[in-house]
Design a protein around this ligand. Structure first.
Ligand SMILES: NC(=O)c1ccc[n+]([C@@H]2O[C@H](COP(=O)([O-])OP(=O)(O)OC[C@H]3O[C@@H](n4cnc5c(N)ncnc54)[C@H](O)[C@@H]3O)[C@@H](O)[C@H]2O)c1
Ligand SMILES: O=C(O)C(=O)C[C@@H](O)[C@H](O)[C@H](O)COP(=O)(O)O
Ligand SMILES: [Zn+2]
Length: 369
C-alpha cells in the first residue's frame, strides 16, 4: 500500500492506495466512526459490485451500514439530488462530528462532498473512490460541486475529506470506457508538470489499462502525489498553482456542456480532447513545438481516447463553445486565463488569450480532416 499525505495549513489527511482496502474498511475507518452505524452514499453500480465487501468489513467492527443509492451518471450532480441527499442525511441524524462515506466515482464524491460541506455548515466525510478518475483526481483535494444548466461545477465548495481509500481492486469491475476516461486525468499530470512520468505512461499505458498491479499502483500513486503537492501549495486555487490541474478543462467543460453532460462524452474523454486542443492552440501561438503537440495526440490516441472534435460532428460552431467558457470559474474581470503548454511537462497560465481567437481556432478544429 502507498500512503500519500495531503498537507494543508493546520491539518493533513492521507490517501491510501493499494489492493484490498475496502475489505479492510472497518479497520481503516475506525478513527472516523463514533456510532454503531455509518452512512454510505453509494453509486448504484459501485454498490452492486462492492457493497457486500464494504458491509462485511464494517459489520466485522460492529458497525451497521446505512445505504443511500445514487443513480449513475453526471445528471446526479444536480440540485434535486443534493436536496434529496441532504434530507436523507438529516433524517439519519448526522452530526457535525460524524463522517459520511462516499462510495463510487467522481459524481458521488463531488455530490457527497458538497452535501457534507453544507450539512450543519460542515460535517466530515471519507472518500472511497471506485473509478480510476476518482482515485487519481476527484477524491483528493476537496473540490466538491454540482452542475447547473449554465455549466459544470458552478455551485460548490472546497471541503476536504478526512481520509481517501483508493482500493485498486475496485477497478476490475469498471467498464473499459470508464477506465480509459480516468486515464486521461493520469496523463494530465505528466503533461502539466512531469515529462518523465509522461514518457513512462507512453511506455506503460497498455499495462496500466490492463490493470497490471505494479504499474497501476505506480500510476495512481504518482498521480495522487502530484495532486497532493499542488493542493498543498494552493488549496483554494488562488495563487495560480492549482489552476494547472485545470489543463484541458476549459475546452473540456465547454464540450461537456455542449453535449448536455450526457453519456456521449465522459468527463475524462472531454479532458483528453481538451488537452489536445490546449496543446494545438499553444502550438498555434508558438508556445509549444508541433512535435510535442503531436506527441500528446498520439498518447491520447494510444489510450483509446478521443483526440479530434471534428469526429464528434457537433452541431455547433466555435463561438457556441467559446460562449460556454464565459461561465468558467477562472474568469477574472472579463478575461479568461487559459492553461496552455510550453512543452510536455510544462503548463503555464496565459492571460492574453482572446475568446474570439479561441472561437476561430475551434472553428478550424471542428472542420479539420
Ligand atoms: N472534484 C474534483 O477535483 C474532480 C476531479 C475530476 C473529475 N471530477 C468530476 O468527477 C466526475 C466524473 O467522475 P467519474 O469519471 O468517476 O465518473 P462517475 O462517477 O460517473 O462513474 C463512472 C461510471 O462508473 C460506474 N462505476 C463506478 N465505480 C464502479 C466500479 N468499481 N465498477 C463498476 N462500475 C463502476 C458508475 O456507476 C458510472 O456509471 C465528473 O462529474 C467530474 O466533473 C471532479
Ligand atoms: O482539483 C482541481 O483543482 C481540478 O481542477 C481537477 C479537475 O480534474 C476537476 O475536473 C475539477 O473538478 C475541475 O475544477 P473546476 O474548478 O473547473 O470545476
Ligand atoms: Zn477533471
Amino acid at each position: 500500500m502507498a500512503v500519500i499525505p495531503v498537507e494543508l495549513a493546520g491539518r493533513r489527511y492521507e490517501v491510501r492506495v493499494g489492493p484490498g482496502l475496502l475489505a479492510d474498511l472497518g479497520a481503516h475507518a475506525k478513527p472516523f466512526l463514533r456510532k454503531s452505524h455509518a452512512c454510505i452514499v453509494a453509486d448504484r453500480n459501485a454498490r452492486k459490485h462492492w457493497g457486500e465487501t464494504v458491509a462485511r468489513s464494517l459489520q466485522a467492527e460492529g458497525i451497521e451500514p446505512r445505504w443511500y443509492d445514487v443513480a449513475p451518471g453526471e445528471a446526479s450532480k444536480s440540485w434535486e439530488s443534493l436536496a434529496h441527499l441532504t434530507d436523507w442525511l438529516l433524517g439519519q441524524g448526522v452530526e457535525r462530528g460524524d463522517h459520511v462515506f462516499a462510495l463510487g466515482g467522481g459524481v458521488v464524491g463531488d455530490l457527497t462532498g458538497f452535501a457534507c460541506a453544507i450539512l450543519k455548515r460542515g460535517c466530515g466525510f471519507v472518500q472511497l473512490p471506485t473509478t480510476l478518475l476518482a482515485q487519481v483526481d476527484s477524491s483528493v483535494g476537496g473540490k466538491t460541486a454540482i452542475n447547473t444548466a449554465a455549466g459544470k461545477n458552478l455551485i460548490g465548495a472546497f471541503h476536504q475529506p478526512s481520509l481517501v481509500l483508493a482500493d485498486l481492486d475496485t477497478l476490475a469491475t469498471l467498464p473499459e470506457r470508464e477506465l480509459r476516461a480516468g486515464f486521461a486525468e493520469v496523463l494530465k499530470y505528466g503533461v502539466l508538470g512531469d515529462r518523465d512520468f509522461f514518457a513512462w505512461l507512453e511506455a506503460h499505458a497498455q499495462a496500466v489499462l490492463a490493470l497490471d498491479p505494479a504499474d497501476l499502483e505506480r500510476a495512481v500513486a504518482t498521480s495522487v502525489a502530484a495532486k497532493a503537492r499542488i493542493v498543498a501549495e494552493d488549496e483554494r486555487e488562488t495563487s495560480g498553482a492549482r489552476a494547472m490541474l485545470n489543463l484541458g478543462h476549459t475546452f473540456g467543460h465547454a464540450l461537456e456542456a455542449e453535449t448536455g453532460f450526457s453519456n456521449r462524452l465522459l468527463h475524462g474523454e472531454a479532458v483528453a480532447l481538451g488537452m489536445v486542443l490546449a496543446a494545438r492552440y499553444s502550438a498555434r501561438r508558438g508556445d509549444i513545438s508541433l512535435t510535442d503537440a503531436e506527441r500528446l495526440t498520439r498518447a491520447v490516441d494510444a489510450a483509446g481516447l478521443p483526440s479530434e472534435i471534428a469526429a464528434m460532428q457537433l452541431p455547433c460552431d466555435g463561438r457556441a463553445l467559446a460562449d460556454h467558457m464565459l461561465h468558467d470559474k477562472k474568469m477574472d474581470a472579463g478575461t479568461l486565463p487559459f492553461i496552455l503548454l510550453r512543452s510536455i511537462g510544462a503548463a503555464c497560465l496565459a492571460r492574453d488569450v482572446a475568446l474570439d481567437d479561441v472561437a476561430a481556432f475551434l472553428d478550424e478544429q471542428l472542420q479539420a480532416h
